[in-house]
Design a protein around this ligand. Structure first.
Ligand code: AMP
Length: 533
C-alpha cells in the first residue's frame, strides 16, 4: 500500500498495455502524422537520457513552447521521468509576460516548435535558457539551436525514472490572470496521478481505452486539462490538432478520426456550432459522445443548440490552474431525469458537481452559505490536487485560508443537490444600488438571442447606483438587433434593475491569452462611458 503515486506508473502502463494504440498529430502543413504509445514510450525515454546529458538535474525546470502534438507528449513524460519539472509556456502571452515567467521559473532548457520561433525571437534577449531545442518539420534546426531529432537519436530507449518521492514536482503552470503578474502552480507526481484517476471516473470525464480523445484545449493551458496524463493511464487514442484550431479543421479531425471525446473552451465550440448549423450534413460525428467545455461559462443556448439541432452532448466542466485543473463537472443525477426539458437544460448549464476528492464550500460574508441555490458566496475548494501556495510567491498567501482551503475568487450558488453555479468572478460582479447583478447570467441570456454571437457584460460607474451593467455585443454576420430588441428579449428573464443600461456593439470582444473575455480591457474602454441618470 505504500506504493508511490508517480507518473512513472502511468508511463509504464501506457508502454506495456497500449503499445499499439495510436497518437495522431496534425502538422503545421496540415498533413497527418501517426505514431503509437509504443513508439512514444521509447522516444520519451530517449528524451530523458538526452536531458540528463544536457545537464538537467532533479528539480530543474524544462520549458516547452509548442502546440499539441505527439512530441510535446514525449516531453510531458520524458521531463518528469528524469526528475525535471515540465513547464509549458503559452505562446499567446506578451513577450514581457513570457520573459517574466521564464525567468521566474528559471527554466534550464526550452523545447520549441519551429513555427513558434518568431515568438521566441521577441523575448530571447531577456531570458537565459541554456539550451533551446527545436521541434522541426523537415530539415535540421536553424544555426544556434539544438535539433530535437538529432538530440534524442543516439540515446538508449530505456531510462530508470529519477523520482524519489511522490511529492516531487512533476510540472509547473503559470496562471494567465487578467490582472497582476502570472503566478506559478507546481504539480507533484502524486497530484497528477490522483487528478488523472478522478478525471477518468464515469461521472467525471469518463475516459477509457474505448475512447479517441481530441484535446482542442492547448497543451500549454493547464496541461490540456491534464488529459494527456489521463489518456495515457487508461490507453485512449489521442488526436492532437497542432496549430489548427479553427472550426473546419477541428470538425475534419472529429470526422476522420472518429473522435469520441473532445475538449475545449466555449469560443471553439461556439464557432463549431456555427459551422455545423451551416452544413449539418457535411461531417459524420456519430462517434462523438461528449464535448467537454470549460475555461469559461458554456452558454445554455449553445448547449441546447448542440443537443437539439445535432444530437450532440455538451459536458460542462469548471476548473482552475490551481486545481490541476478539474473541479466540477455537470452530469444529471438520475433523480433529476424526470425534470421538464427546460429545467434539465438549466441544470446542464451549471458547472455541476465537485469531482471525487474535491471538497467545495461557498463562503458568504456571514459564514458558509447554505446550499439553497440562491445564496451567493465565494467558492472555496480543497483536495489532493489543489495547490496550497504559489511557487516562490508569498504575496498571494491570502488566497489560501488558515483552515486549508483555496479561495477561487469565483462567486457561486450551490443548490440542494450540490450543483455549483458560477455567477461571476468576484471582481466582475456588478453592484448596483446595493444589489448584486450577475454578469454571467446576462451574458448567457444574451447569447441565447438569435442575432447575438457573443456578449460580455461589465460594470460602468454610475453617479446614483454606483455601478450599472453595460452589455458589449458582437452580432452574427448579417444579423441585426437594436438595444430595444435586446432589452425586450431580456425582460422576461430578469428584474428591471438587472437589465443593462446600454448596449455597445463591437466587432470582437477582447480576450485573454487563454481565450476568455478580457473584462478589464472592456472596463478600461468604457471607463468614460456616460450613462443616463
Ligand atoms: P484558469 O486558471 O486560467 O483556467 O482560469 C480559471 C477560471 O476560469 C475560474 O476561476 C473561472 O473564473 C473560469 N472558469 C473556468 N471554467 C469555467 C466554467 N465552466 N464556467 C465559468 N467560469 C469558468
Amino acid at each position: 500500500m505504500e506504493y508511490p503515486l508517480t507518473l512513472a506508473h502511468i508511463f509504464e502502463r501506457a508502454g506495456k498495455y497500449f503499445g499499439k494504440v495510436e497518437l495522431v498529430s496534425r502538422r503545421p502543413d496540415k498533413t497527418i502524422h501517426r505514431t503509437t504509445y509504443g513508439e512514444f514510450h521509447k522516444r520519451a525515454q530517449k528524451l530523458s537520457n538526452a536531458l540528463q546529458r544536457l545537464g538537467v538535474k532533479k528539480g530543474d525546470r524544462v520549458a516547452t513552447l509548442a502546440w499539441n502534438h505527439e512530441r510535446h507528449m514525449e516531453a510531458y513524460f520524458g521531463i518528469p521521468l528524469m526528475g525535471g519539472v515540465l513547464h509549458t509556456l503559452n505562446p499567446r502571452l506578451s513577450a514581457a509576460d513570457l520573459s517574466y515567467i521564464m525567468n521566474h521559473a528559471d527554466d534550464r532548457v526550452l523545447l520549441i516548435d519551429d513555427v513558434l520561433l518568431p515568438v521566441w525571437e521577441r523575448f530571447k534577449n531577456d531570458v537565459h535558457a541554456r539550451h533551446v531545442v527545436v521541434w522541426t518539420h523537415g530539415g535540421p534546426a536553424p544555426a544556434g539551436f539544438l535539433d530535437y531529432e538529432q538530440l534524442i537519436e543516439p540515446e538508449l530507449p530505456s531510462f530508470t525514472p529519477q523520482i524519489d518521492d511522490e511529492q516531487q514536482a512533476a510540472g509547473v503552470c503559470y496562471t494567465s490572470g487578467t490582472t497582476g503578474r502570472p503566478k506559478g502552480v507546481v504539480y507533484s507526481h502524486r497530484s497528477q496521478v490522483l487528478h488523472s484517476m478522478s478525471a477518468c471516473l464515469p461521472d467525471a470525464l469518463g475516459l477509457s481505452m474505448q475512447d479517441v480523445i481530441l484535446p482542442v484545449v492547448p497543451m500549454f493551458h493547464v496541461n490540456a486539462w491534464s488529459i494527456p496524463f489521463a489518456a495515457a493511464m487508461v490507453g485512449s487514442k489521442l488526436v492532437f490538432p497542432g496549430p489548427h484550431l479553427d472550426a473546419l479543421s477541428v470538425l475534419q479531425l472529429l470526422h476522420d478520426e472518429k473522435v469520441t471525446v473532445a475538449a475545449g473552451v466555449p469560443t471553439v465550440w461556439i464557432a463549431i456550432l456555427e459551422a455545423l448549423d451551416k452544413e449539418p450534413q457535411r461531417w459524420n460525428l456519430k462517434a462523438l459522445r461528449q464535448m467537454v467545455v470549460g475555461g469559461s461559462a458554456a452558454p445554455q443556448a449553445m448547449i441546447e443548440g448542440y443537443q437539439k439541432r445535432h444530437g450532440l452532448h455538451v459536458l460542462h466542466a469548471w476548473g482552475m490552474t490551481e486545481m490541476s485543473p478539474i473541479g466540477t463537472i455537470c452530469r444529471i443525477k438520475p433523480s433529476l431525469h424526470s425534470l421538464p426539458e427546460a429545467d434539465k437544460f438549466r441544470v446542464h448549464a451549471t458547472q455541476g458537481l465537485a469531482v471525487p476528492l474535491v471538497d467545495v464550500r461557498a463562503m458568504a460574508e456571514s459564514g458558509e452559505a447554505p446550499w439553497d441555490g440562491k445564496t451567493m458566496g465565494e467558492l472555496h475548494v480543497r483536495g489532493p490536487f489543489i495547490a496550497r501556495s504559489y511557487f516562490n510567491n508569498p504575496v498571494e498567501a491570502d488566497k489560501f485560508t488558515m483552515d486549508g482551503w483555496f479561495r477561487t475568487g469565483d462567486i457561486v450558488t450551490i443548490d440542494p443537490e450540490g450543483y455549483v453555479r458560477i455567477t461571476d468572478r468576484s471582481k466582475d460582479l456588478i453592484k448596483s444600488g446595493g444589489e448584486w447583478i450577475s454578469s454571467v447570467d446576462l451574458e448567457n441570456a444574451l447569447m441565447g438571442h438569435p442575432a447575438v454571437k457573443e456578449a460580455a457584460v461589465v460594470a460602468v460607474k454610475h453617479p446614483k447606483w454606483d455601478e450599472r451593467p453595460v452589455a458589449c455585443v458582437v452580432l452574427r454576420e448579417g444579423a441585426k438587433a437594436t438595444p430595444e430588441d435586446l432589452t425586450h428579449f431580456l425582460e422576461p428573464m430578469f428584474a428591471k434593475f438587472q437589465l443593462p443600461d446600454a448596449f455597445v456593439f463591437m466587432q470582437a470582444i477582447p480576450r485573454t491569452a487563454a481565450g476568455k473575455f478580457l473584462k478589464s480591457a472592456l472596463r478600461e474602454q468604457l471607463k468614460d462611458f456616460k450613462l443616463e441618470k
